[in-house]
Design a protein around this ligand. Structure first.
Ligand code: C2E
Ligand code: MG
Ligand code: MG
Ligand code: MG
Length: 281
């Protein structure tokens, strides 16, 4: 990468052989300012009890309203935010925002709903994670039992003793824990047994195998049986078809989330469609 002076005094044009590098630099610059400019927002995807279709909670998912590019998906900026260290303030903003949303729904008299918030691996390994989360919950004045923190299986299995101690402390705050993208990493089953967790989220790749691949189906069956034996709830993610719902129903899978039910929604849409209205007098 080199820069050449173009026309004006402070006017530099960047030249690179690899267009992707420029793209990345621009994204990085934009990302650095996005938080203070208020360009992030959250959408909420509902999940449902498979047996009777009742609402079982919502997952907060971050979006970036880029001034030129439009809405940018987390797959395109979370990794970068992690590398830049921005994920720490961004992650705190996301948690605070999700809790404020709960509060707003509560104040509107809507029935309480649990919200899941994703923690990145970088956040999980942040030194004062538990203290920060405790502070944010206290400052926002939300019942901690309404908060579920999602960490991926891969992150949770990196350092088993560390994970065990952090999860214990988080549980002491009164929040619940969900292991996300379960089945894609290498679980140490002996530790899974000891981890104080509440939910296993079966990765979408196995749900996609329903009706298509017997091995994938076997993995889902095994995860559901494992969860039942450990006393955990199973959530299937990325459920798109009725066939998948029926398969999950037959196995006694507790909860499902996916486009079959609903895509992630803006708070107003979510409340209108799924949160019970207060009784009119
Ligand atoms: P995840 O936590 O496993 O979230 C599920 C992803 O699957 C979401 O994508 C959701 O929109 C998508 N999805 C849900 N149902 C379906 C379906 O039926 N079919 C298909 N094809 N996709 C479905 P999204 O919002 O793009 O997020 C992708 C990943 O980015 C998340 O995976 C999570 O790892 C990360 N992410 C999203 N929001 C946050 C956040 O606030 N903080 C952190 N640290 N990571 C986040
Ligand atoms: Mg998740
Ligand atoms: Mg997931
Ligand atoms: Mg996933």
């Amino acid at each position: 990468l080199y820069r050449a002076k173009a026309k004006g005094k402070n006017n530099y044009k960047f030249y690179v052989k690899n267009g992707q590098a420029v793209e990345r630099l621009q994204l990085e610059n934009d990302l650095r300012q996005a938080l203070e400019r208020g360009e992030f927002f959250l959408v909420y995807q509902p999940k449902f009890y498979v047996c009777d279709g009742r609402l079982g909670g919502v997952e907060a998912l971050v979006r970036w309203q880029h001034p030129q590019r439009g809405v940018v998906m987390p797959g395109e900026f979370i990794g970068l935010a992690e590398e830049m260290g921005l994920i720490i303030p961004l992650g705190e903003w996301i948690l605070r925002q999700a809790l404020r949303q709960l509060k707003a729904w509560e104040e509107a008299g809507l029935s309480p709903v649990k919200v899941s918030v994703n923690l990145s691996g970088v956040q999980f390994y942040q030194k004062d994670l538990v203290v920060r989360i405790a502070e944010i919950i206290r400052e926002e004045g939300v019942d901690p039992s309404l908060l579920i923190l999602e960490i991926t299986e891969t992150v949770s299995m990196q350092n088993l003793d560390y994970t065990l101690s952090v999860l214990k402390k988080l549980r002491e705050l009164g929040v619940q824990i969900s292991i996300d993208d379960f089945g894609t990493g290498y679980s140490a089953l002996n530790y899974l047994k000891r981890f104080p967790v509440d939910y296993l989220k079966v990765d979408r790749s196995f749900v996609l195998d329903i009706g298509r691949d017997a091995n994938g189906e076997a993995v889902i069956k095994t995860i559901i049986a494992l969860a039942q034996n450990l006393g955990l709830k199973v959530v299937a993610e990325g459920v798109e078809t009725e066939e998948q719902v029926r398969f999950l129903q037959a196995l006694g899978c507790h909860l499902a989330q996916g486009y079959y039910y609903s895509k992630p929604l803006l708070p107003v849409e979510l409340a209108d469609r799924y949160l019970a209205q207060p009784l009119s007098v």
